[in-house]
Write a protein that binds this ligand. Structure first.
Ligand SMILES: [Zn+2]
Length: 675
């Protein structure tokens, strides 16, 4: 069970201050498309002029001031990495040595190209040397150590029934296309994605020296095995149900689920006792794994593992591999016109592998204490709004309200960066060995996670690095987390107007709080236990309110007759709907007893609040990326994240004095309200 519900699936970072000369940073009136009626299409109104004059850059698949800010943050990180790389005398294991040498190795493309696939060879040799499937299973365990987590993975995860403890979770992970439907659906677009994927796998094999014929044969083998794994894999709507992946399992049960895998050897390798608390996400998948261990030829298994080693190593391989990988995943599936510059990919890789070492430097320079204090105040006000909102729900019994209050009281907000930083000093990073550096970094990450298993949960750990422009809610820890990377304009600024701060980051805060009370989060109680705390009548009411949102998003069409899947985006849409309303309530409350803020360019404070949301959230998106998101991402596309929730809100209607028949006003009988 993977329970982090993030704001975005794709991460980036956030932002340049506005060029406004006003003392406070307000909404950007020049970004508004005044030819559009806000009551007809608020997404176009709020940010349409900005999008019209800021086309999506060639290497990006989504674009807005927020994404632009994320890319600007990468320039800040680049500055920090370059400074560290120049500090040649840094002590081994120090932050400067680790991030400086890693970035230096990553930027040394001539060396990476000159080494070719030499660094991969020891791993291919290990695979080739296995004389039988049991020996190959030992190689799988070694691959798991370096983050190549196929055909299953092992990870530490809080026990959903005793959330103070971390159990060993065995998850399914057998294929590399984005989602099971890509393997199984008959539609032409999926069929084409399969053909191109198989050609991509073959191209990667050929680049690693295979003949054209054996590369094509190998790709067919990979496709066949992955398709079988996909057939046994849960669909992405079912995967959103925490109960669907909740299978407490004993070692003996695991061994009988997959008798052809040597679990005793694996547990010994992973230094785990047989009586460790265990969860198996997908038992049906594990049965298919067993069937393949028994029936698939050893040579085919070797081909499959080599593909996944290649696929997981791309970033550390020579340019032709990187370009081939981009051609399929970035260009064909995502729609990006060109690869990001190398420095940006190296910044991203540094953040992934050594994120808290780099992040510590980032927050020291770019995240002042007053930003943290202001953000903590906003979070407090949003939590108060949620409390008031729940208490005022006419459909909820006092009994359920009381339990909801307990949950709000135990919410743990984390802002900016962790209190204790990870110690990476044991990682051996060398300036001349990018591939080995990536292996060492991943090995550290895997081991850092494994060591949590069987221990009391550490509530201080973070699931995102500080420079990340994103936020998440974790129902098992009952926490909401806002890394420093998102706490910049256009989301947030110490010197921004309240309308902007509440309308942008305020809605994000409300969104994350609402996740604690969405279709998933509502299944966890105040201690993070997967346990029903609702009365039957309240639960029925809540579910019906969710069904309204499912129906709303089922009707949103992307292009070519492709619709959003309301059930897939339910949690995020409850988050946006609740977030916009809670932030508006908190904003209204913040105005009490103060002089009314000035209108900006004729826009009232309430209008500014909604415009801030439209400007923060209003991304442009490439058609390919849009189709990919609709298929795989629990987040709706930006247009509907702006227009969807606002068309349900009377507060929006009133602010813009929209007529009852306006497109941004859902008819009363189909208007949704959860929180
Ligand atoms: Zn979310």
């Amino acid at each position: 069970m993977r329970m982090l519900t993030s704001l975005l699936l794709l991460w980036s970072v956030a932002a340049p201050a506005s060029s406004q000369t006003a003392p406070l940073h307000g909404i950007d009136v020049e970004d508004i498309d005044r030819t559009v009626d806000p009551c007809a299409n608020f997404y176009e109104f709020a940010n349409g002029a900005w999008r019209a004059s800021n086309p999506i850059p060639a290497s990006m698949t989504r674009w807005s001031k927020r994404w632009q800010a994320g890319e600007t943050s990468k320039e800040k990180l680049k500055g920090l990495l370059e400074a560290a790389a120049e500090n040649r005398g840094a002590a081994k294991g120090s932050a400067d040595q680790l991030i400086g040498d890693f970035y230096g190795a990553c930027m040394d493309e001539p060396r990476v190209n000159a080494r070719g696939i030499e660094p991969l060879k020891p791993w291919f040799a290990k695979i080739d040397a296995a004389r039988d499937i049991t020996a190959l299973e030992r190689v799988m365990a070694e691959l798991h150590d370096i983050g190549v987590g196929v055909p299953f993975f092992l990870a530490g995860q809080q026990d959903p029934h005793r959330p103070a403890l971390v159990l060993a979770d065995i998850g399914a992970n057998g294929f590399a296309m984005p989602e099971r439907d890509y393997y199984l659906k008959p539609e032409a677009r999926f069929k084409e994605a399969r053909e191109k994927y198989q050609a991509h796998v073959a191209a990667m094999f050929q680049l690693s020296g295979w003949s054209k014929k054996s590369a094509a044969d190998g790709a067919r083998v990979v496709m066949g095995m992955e398709t079988k794994f996909a057939e046994a894999f849960l669909d992405n709507v079912t995967l959103r149900d925490p109960a669907a992946t909740d299978h407490n399992t004993t070692f003996a049960q695991l061994a009988s689920m997959t008798p052809h895998f040597d679990w005793a050897e694996y547990f010994e390798h992973k230094k785990l006792p047989h009586d460790v608390d265990l969860n198996v996400d997908q038992p049906k998948y594990m049965a298919e794994l067993d069937r393949q261990l028994q029936q698939t030829a050893l040579l085919d298994w070797k081909t499959y593992l080599k593909w996944h080693v290649l696929n997981a190593s791309v970033g550390a391989l020579p340019a032709p591999f990187v370009e081939e990988d981009f051609a399929y995943f970035g260009h064909y599936l995502g729609g990006a016109a060109e690869l990001k510059p190398r420095w940006k990919r190296c910044v991203e890789a540094s953040d992934r592998l050594l994120g808290e070492a780099l992040g510590k430097k980032y927050v020291e320079k770019y995240f002042p204490p007053d930003a943290k204090a202001r953000m903590q105040e906003l979070v407090r006000n949003l939590l108060l709004a949620m409390r008031d909102d729940i208490l005022s729900r006419p459909w909820m019994s006092d009994e359920t309200k009381e339990r909801a209050m307990a949950k709000i009281a135990t919410f743990n907000p984390k802002v900016g960066y962790p209190d204790a930083w990870k110690d990476y000093s044991s990682i051996d990073i060398r300036r001349d060995a990018l591939f080995e550096d990536v292996v060492a970094g991943r090995r550290f990450g895997v081991e850092d996670d494994r060591r949590t298993i069987g221990k009391p949960v550490d509530r201080g750990r973070w699931g995102m690095t500080p420079p990340t422009s994103d936020a998440y809610e974790n129902p098992l820890l009952n926490e909401i987390v806002f890394p420093a990377g998102i706490l910049q304009p256009p989301a947030f600024a110490v010197d921004a107007t309240d309308a902007v701060n509440y309308g942008a980051i305020g809605v994000v805060i409300g969104h994350e709080i609402s996740h604690g009370f969405d279709d998933q989060g509502a299944q966890f109680d105040y201690l993070g236990r997967l346990r029903n705390w609702w009365t039957d009548a309240d639960l029925k009411n809540f579910t019906e309110r969710g069904a309204c949102v499912v129906d709303q998003f089922d009707h949103y069409e992307i292009d070519g007759g492709i619709h959003h899947n309301g059930k897939l985006v339910l949690g995020e849409s409850i988050g946006d709907l609740g977030g916009a309303k809670l932030a508006f309530l908190a904003y209204q409350k913040s105005l009490e007893g103060k002089p009314r803020p000035a209108a900006i360019d004729g826009f009232t404070p309430e209008q500014q609040f909604f415009i801030a949301w439209g400007q923060f959230r209003g991304d442009a998106i490439r058609p390919e990326q849009q189709r990919l998101m609709v298929q795989t991402d629990p987040h709706p596309i930006a247009k509907f994240r702006v227009n969807g929730p606002l068309s349900n809100l009377s507060e929006f209607r009133d602010a813009f004095r929209c007529k009852a028949e306006a497109a941004m006003v859902r008819p009363p009988e189909s208007r949704c309200e959860v929180w």
